[in-house]
Design a protein around this ligand. Sequence first.
Ligand code: FMN
Length: 225
Amino acid sequence: MQLDQVMNERRSIRGFTKEPVTRKLLEDIISLANRAPSSMNTQPWHLHVLTGEPLEQVREGNTKHMLEGVPPSREIEDYAAYEGEHRKRQIEIAVQLFEAMGIERHDAERRQDWVMRGFRQFDAPVSIVVCFDRSLLDNTIAHFDTGAMTYGLVLAAWSKGLGAVINGQGIMQSPVVREVANIPEDQVILTCVALGWPDEEFVANSVVSRRRATENTTNFLGFGD
Ligand SMILES: Cc1cc2nc3c(=O)[nH]c(=O)nc-3n(C[C@H](O)[C@H](O)[C@H](O)COP(=O)(O)O)c2cc1C
């Protein structure tokens, strides 16, 4: 696939087939993502790739904690609720997803189901927990670097026919993930990526999220036109 096709067609995938993903394929994707640029080539990221029993343990722990009302516990400073334009875009994508799934605005049960699905990482066969060096916790460049690598990861996955969704929901109960994956104390959990073979029947997978036009994000200077 050409890069522009991969970048244009990639979208978040939230429904997967049961087909496993081989370790070899994951290694190939990760080695591509590892080519990401980073500040002074510091490469602050670490990945923990879970499948099978360990991933089931994370799903069960997350679900149990959420149902018991344990407050979310993240390892990076969490954003406050989005406001203004950001809030509008957040609502827009939620509406697109719920419409595709046929979930009505007042259907509390199905909305809750959808949220719980997120905490189970959309039942994906693989979860990649993305961490970075704790010594760089206050250095926001490390977040930038690790984000760049993560985008590379989902693009590389897409180019090989795999689908993925970067998601905060899967690490919302980070102590569970830390314990199951045995994440060393000198690493901080940033996010995770649920990954697998896209289920073509799962309608939310065809949702194409909207973007601002380039003219609304970009200021060109000195071009004379
Ligand atoms: C840091 C980050 C966290 C995200 N967390 C979630 C999540 O918890 N649940 C979810 O369904 N999608 C999550 N997403 C996916 C976004 O909703 C998605 O990227 C956005 O709506 C644009 O859609 P697209 O990826 O299909 O282009 C997250 C994406 C990023 C980059």
